[in-house]
Design a protein around this ligand. Structure first.
Ligand code: NAP
Length: 334
């Protein structure tokens, strides 16, 4: 018997719309594999998906969970049998679920990963490390010594972006919203950590001492914070929106947009992965999985829960000022 978390209605209270169901044995069709799930995180996108506010609209009943790690236990027709027994990460499509004991996945959406790495860290490989990687590589051609800025600097995305930037010799100006997390962000390798506030523009100018940000990675959507941060971006520079924790759309102030030529772009990792070539995926995930195995990058884990405790897990994941990610793991491992 397979257990899985299913969304029964779009919108409303997740504690009521998401339920645990049992399913008779599942099997792999052509081009598919069956994966025994070892761990799967709750990301910000999951509640958005359940509310119908995400880039993929749920067809209810919809299996929940976008990414995770597990072991292939069966392959369908047309799939290399050598995959059986391999540990794989599952890439987010929002068309199959990972909050399950077992799941059926198209083989194009699994990537083999090293055995030695911590499964909890591997479970979080597909989304946030890839987002950080794409933010650093796909928008501005960054050189050692360049400065980049980011907010949400204690988020999981930042836990990958800051060390990846440091490895490339790129300097980071990291903005958080509370003092308690400053030391943690410094330990990640950020060159400067500042707490947001009305005088942020002045403090950034003093700290940068004439230097400017080549690119700003923006996750609040808050037009007032964006206006403060944009003052540090170079003329002709770029703002890349990766999230909107306020639910607002980021706005570039008119003088910065017109007179200084600042452009606003965005990233959507599900769309990027959909159009990436197998070679690009292999290259990116190979590099990221290696860094996770070496312990160079990784996110904090706040807690793990079995599927049966999904109400507590979802509540925990939606708390702000939480230290790390919440993941589902098999009952015996929670
Ligand atoms: N565009 C994409 O393809 C893509 C891919 C991956 C992630 N994302 C998005 O990126 C964001 C970060 O994801 P994650 O998994 O790294 O999240 P996470 O680890 O849960 O971190 C959430 C971050 O948001 C901050 N935050 C929450 N509410 C806030 C508010 N009202 N004002 C300012 N900051 C606030 C938190 O600060 P505190 O600790 O102070 O609460 C924390 O830094 C999420 O919104 C996620 O959906 C987007």
């Amino acid at each position: 018997m397979t257990s899985k978390l299913v969304l029964n209605a779009v919108g409303g209270d997740l504690e009521e719309t998401i339920t645990l169901v049992g399913e008779a044995e599942i099997s792999a069709g052509a081009g598919e594999v069956v994966v025994n799930v070892e761990a799967a995180p709750i990301n910000g996108a999951d509640p958005l998906f359940a509310m119908g506010w995400f880039g993929v609209y749920p067809e209810v009943p919809a299996d929940m969970g976008a990414e995770g790690v597990g072991r292939v236990v069966e392959v369908g027709p047309g799939v290399d049998p050598a995959l059986v027994g391999r540990r794989v990460v599952m890439l987010p499509t929002f068309r199959f679920g990972t909050w399950a004991t077992r799941t059926v996945v198209p083989v194009s959406n699994v990537v083999p990963v090293p055995e030695e790495a911590d499964p909890l860290q591997l479970a979080m490989l597909a989304v946030n490390p890839a987002t950080a990687y794409v933010l650093l590589h796909e928008y501005v051609d960054l050189q050692p010594g360049d400065w980049v800025g980011l907010n949400l600097a204690n988020s999981a995305v930042a836990h990958y972006l800051i060390p990846l930037a440091r490895r490339a010799g790129v300097r980071t100006l990291a903005v958080v919203r509370r003092e308690e997390v400053i030391d943690e962000v410094r330990r990640l390798g950020a060159d400067v950590v500042l707490v947001d506030g009305d005088d942020l523009a002045e403090r950034m100018a003093t700290t940068l001492d004439g230097a400017r940000l080549r690119v700003l990675y923006e996750g609040t959507g808050d037009p007032a914070q964006v206006a403060r941060l944009v003052t540090a971006v170079e003329d002709g520079g770029t703002v890349v929106a990766f999230s909107s924790v306020t639910g607002q759309a980021p706005v570039i102030p008119l003088p910065d947009l017109i007179y200084r030529g600042i452009s606003l772009r965005s990233v959507y990792i599900v769309g990027w992965l959909r159009s990436a070539s197998p070679k690009q995926l292999e290259q990116m995930y190979g590099e990221l999985a290696g860094l996770i195995t070496e312990g160079v990058i990784g996110a904090e884990v706040a807690a793990t829960y079995p599927l049966e405790e999904h109400v507590d897990a979802l509540r925990h994941a939606q708390q702000t000022e939480r230290n790390g990610k919440v993941l589902f793991v098999p009952a015996q491992a929670a």
